[in-house]
Design a protein around this ligand. Structure first.
Ligand code: CTP
Ligand SMILES: C[C@](O)(CO)[C@H](O)COP(=O)(O)O
Length: 221
């Protein structure tokens, strides 16, 4: 990426954390810090960080490069609001629910986005993958053909803005931004992700996050 390229980090953090069951997830603590604080620390280097919070949330104290705004009903709407007013040449969209950001993955994304305009991290499917049939074992899928998609997801800001415009016009609702860019007809590069960047979703994920938090400062990049 040319050294003059500016980066905006967009953090959807407006979810209610229904599956976790501990209230709005961004404010749940692991290792003595909220999930949102982990993410803000990881992106302290960015030119700006824009965070979407639940409507009822009080914005926490944060560094000068961070701005808060109210999120939408769906994750996609929260990201659309964050995008409006973002100034970076490149945007990194990162879930507040993924507290452990691996710098090497971010480096790979920034390299790939400079070349192609859109890049996301993926990890392989580690388990046998099936399509259950009425609660019973169903056909096994060829797991080698599938990948799990993580965040951050990196885009040229103007490309992502166009993708969101198209989504609004066509009424598309997707679980991540890469789907919207793909719907626009642009390729999205894949880079190797890292399983430590898992999304805290279910209660048992908190135990994993607590364990990882204990050693995170000594992590390898
Ligand atoms: N309306 C929404 C919904 C989700 N998110 C954010 O999108 C990320 C991924 O969403 P998810 O893990 O599903 O979080 P929640 O929506 O909080 O969880 P749940 O679906 O269990 O309620 C989270 O950082 C979440 O805060 C958001 O900004 N706005
Ligand atoms: C964006 C994402 O984290 C990529 O895997 C995921 O799609 C978010 O899904 P959620 O249902 O909003 O947690």
């Amino acid at each position: 990426m040319p050294p003059s390229t500016t980066v905006s980090v967009l953090v959807p953090a407006a979810g209610q954390g229904t599956r976790l069951g501990r209230g709005p997830k961004a404010f749940v603590r692991v290792g003595g810090r909220t999930l949102l604080e982990w993410v803000l620390e990881a992106f302290a280097w960015a030119d700006e960080v824009r965070v979407a919070l639940p409507p009822e949330a009080e914005p926490p104290a944060a560094p000068a490069n961070v701005r808060f705004l109210e999120g939408g009903e769906e994750r996609q709407e929260s990201v659309a609001r964050l995008l409006q007013g973002a100034r970076g040449d490149v945007v990194l969209v990162h879930d507040a629910a993924r507290p452990f950001v691996v710098p090497a993955v971010v480096d790979r994304l920034l390299q790939a986005v400079a070349a192609g305009g859109a890049a996301v991290p993926v990890v392989p499917v580690p388990d046998t993958l099936i399509e259950p049939e009425e609660g019973r074992y169903g056909p096994a899928l060829d797991r080698g053909r599938y990948a799990l998609v993580q965040t951050p997801q990196a885009f040229f800001r103007e490309l992502l803005a166009e993708a969101h415009q198209l989504a609004r016009a066509r009424g598309l609702l997707a679980t991540d931004e890469a789907q919207l860019v793909r719907a626009l007809g642009y390729p999205v590069e894949l880079v190797p992700g890292d399983r430590r960047m898992f999304k805290v979703t279910f209660p048992e994920d908190l135990a994993l996050a607590e364990a990882l938090a204990r050693t995170w400062d000594r992590r390898p990049v």
